[in-house]
Design a protein around this ligand. Structure first.
Ligand SMILES: [Zn+2]
Ligand SMILES: [Zn+2]
Length: 588
């Protein structure tokens, strides 16, 4: 599952008012983006790519996770044999280092680009952004490959492509869990899984060397909400036939027991909505389509009209409604205008911002910066989402603000208002028993999560040496019985900021970090005088002694005809104040 809310910030960027973007309403009109796509640049140099992979030997099967292991998000994997190559999922994520204002990180497809004549197609497991989000950024550079995706995933990809004005280039082939086709030597088929977005599928790839099973994101849910259960029989059949490699979702591998069913949240959600006296505000990720379907249906049954706020929620609910995944009449919804005249006890507001994101609807409502809604005494707010590690402070901050405004807040730590979408340890054990793979490669997780799945696999009898913990970019070359880590391809993330990607160098990142941590001093040298301007460093008016000293150092250097004004000032600041701002000299 991937939190898509941060995307809104960019969706509202109108190209000339960047400073105000945090104040913008997410619900603004749709704007096409015009990305200026630069070529790939190596961003992080810590990975040694000098150990370039051996040429793929005849008769060997190469698997390369280009993203999705070591850290969360950016799920993508490359499979290659002879003259054929396929990609499974093309997700984006947040950069693994401190973000420094970087919007997204996407996979590095340099290796694929070098072998573009081999690329036969892209297989999408489900419609979450950590599995489809990179498509618009790299699609044309990869020669507009044919994409195979389920119905809902296809719609979500189309929606993304429209945003990027790519819909004319898009080659999409809709598939279901019974579709079978060949891509070069690869025979592709599917098995349905449960997750928290409908239409999630695992992929079976039969190759001349052996069969790969890729789960996508999954959990085993025996009582899924309004969708069919995982196709266990297909997994068992392929297990009986023989599986060379299982690539399996590790996100929740450190959670013991079975994953909770999506239906397990229905009773508590229903009770809260039915018993609320005033308005109900539900907050969830726009990507949890199954949850949103539940909420809309519960609200409708309780006689409440649903109003949505947050562009991502509006578009996903519209698509889900069009595809019949949300089963209520159109009258179940109300526009924001009409919501103002709907009695409190007949209204449910569906909003984004479950992680306390500054720019999402919930935070804007509670801080009075929302165009349509605020928080009032008697509101019932339900956070139907997880507390993603690292976001706890922001979430607690929002809960505190809600409480001060008189709202009653329920969240997943108090009641069953959220169920995870990812397999836990017992799900993994069952999968391994059904699938009986020779090798297991945990994917979709940081190293702790990958290791968690390895531990589980060993518990159910897999030899430790057959569980492959790998890194992004490592090439694994298989024959029918063994594999070799044959080398490394460039898998350094490509960073996307604003309308450009791949241009953020390590130097720019270092400058951003230094500006944020130490501030900036500008020495403006005029014909008769020197001015000092500073931001984020010291208050100029209250530190006249230092400012005078800086001026006289600069003056002396200039009189000596010495160009190194900034260096001399930096040295003074380091010695006398113990700080290290960026210092630049400007001559007027
Ligand atoms: Zn995912
Ligand atoms: Zn997912």
């Amino acid at each position: 599952m991937y939190n898509n809310n941060n995307r809104n910030r960019r969706d509202n960027y109108n190209g000339n008012n960047r400073n105000n973007r945090n104040n913008r309403n997410n619900d603004g009109p749709f704007r096409k983006r015009n990305y200026q796509v630069k070529s790939f640049t190596k961003i992080h140099k810590e990975t040694d790519v000098s150990n370039y992979p051996e040429i793929l030997e005849n008769g060997k099967l190469r698997v390369i996770p280009l993203g999705g292991v070591e850290y969360i998000g950016i799920n993508t994997m490359c499979v290659e044999y002879g003259n054929d190559m396929i990609i499974i999922d093309m997700g984006f994520g947040f950069p693994k280092d401190k973000s420094n204002g970087i919007d997204y990180a996407i996979p590095n497809y340099s290796y694929v680009k070098e072998n573009l004549q081999k690329l036969r197609g892209v297989i999408i497991t489900h419609g979450h952004m950590d599995h489809i989000g990179a498509i618009p950024y790299v699609y044309k550079e990869l020669g507009s490959p044919i994409i195979f995706a389920g119905k809902l995933s296809s719609e979500l990809i189309r929606e993304k492509a429209r945003e990027f004005a790519l819909e004319d280039d898009l080659r999409l082939q809709e598939v279901t869990s019974v579709t079978k086709y060949n891509l070069g030597v690869f025979e592709i088929s599917y098995f349905r899984v449960n997750h928290n977005i409908p239409d999630s599928m695992g992929v079976i790839i039969r190759t001349p060397v052996g069969t790969i099973v890729h789960t996508g994101d999954f959990k085993f849910d025996l009582t899924p909400y309004r969708e069919p259960v995982t196709e266990f029989a297909k997994i068992a059949d392929i297990g009986a036939e023989g599986v060379l490699l299982l690539c399996s979702d590790s996100t929740n591998s450190c959670k013991m027991g079975w994953s909770d069913s999506e239906s397990s949240v229905t009773p508590d959600l229903t009770k809260l909505v039915n018993e609320a006296k005033g308005r109900v505000i539900t907050v969830t990720f726009s990507t949890l389509i199954t949850r949103m379907a539940q909420i809309v249906e519960i609200a409708h049954a309780a006689g409440r009209k649903v109003v949505m706020t947050g562009r991502s929620i509006e578009s996903t609910v519209r698509i889900a409604k069009e595809l019949g995944l949300i089963k209520v009449p159109m009258e179940a919804f109300v526009s924001k205008e009409d919501a103002r005249y709907t009695p409190d006890e007949e209204l449910l507001i569906m909003a984004t911002g479950s992680q306390g994101e500054e720019n999402a609807a919930l935070n804007r409502m509670v801080t009075g910066n929302h165009n349509d809604f605020d928080i009032q005494t008697g509101d019932t707010v339900i956070l139907s989402s997880s507390f993603i590690p690292g976001n706890e402070n922001k979430i607690n901050d929002v809960i505190g603000k809600l409480a001060k405004k008189g709202a009653i807040v329920y969240h997943s730590q108090m009641m069953d208002v959220h169920a995870t979408g990812h397999a836990c340890s017992e799900d993994h054990k069952m999968l391994i028993h059904l699938c009986k793979p020779k090798f297991l490669m945990p994917v979709h997780g940081d190293y702790v999560a990958l290791l968690g799945q390895k531990t589980t696999a060993i518990k159910v009898g897999m030899p430790a040496e057959n569980v492959i913990l790998t890194e992004n970019g490592t090439t694994l070359d298989f024959d029918a019985n063994t594999y070799q880590m044959a080398g490394k391809v460039d898998a350094n993330q490509v960073l996307v900021d604003g309308f450009m990607m791949g241009d953020i160098t390590p130097e720019i990142l270092a400058d951003r970090q230094k500006l944020g941590n130490e501030g900036i001093v500008v020495i403006v040298v005029g014909s008769n005088d020197i001015y000092i301007v500073s931001r984020g460093f010291i208050e100029v008016n209250e530190n006249q002694t230092h400012i005078d000293a800086i001026k006289s150092i600069a003056k002396a250097k200039i009189e000596q005809g010495n160009e190194q004004v900034s260096q001399a000032v930096s040295q003074y600041i380091a010695e006398k104040i113990g700080r290290d701002p960026i210092v630049i000299t400007v001559r007027r």
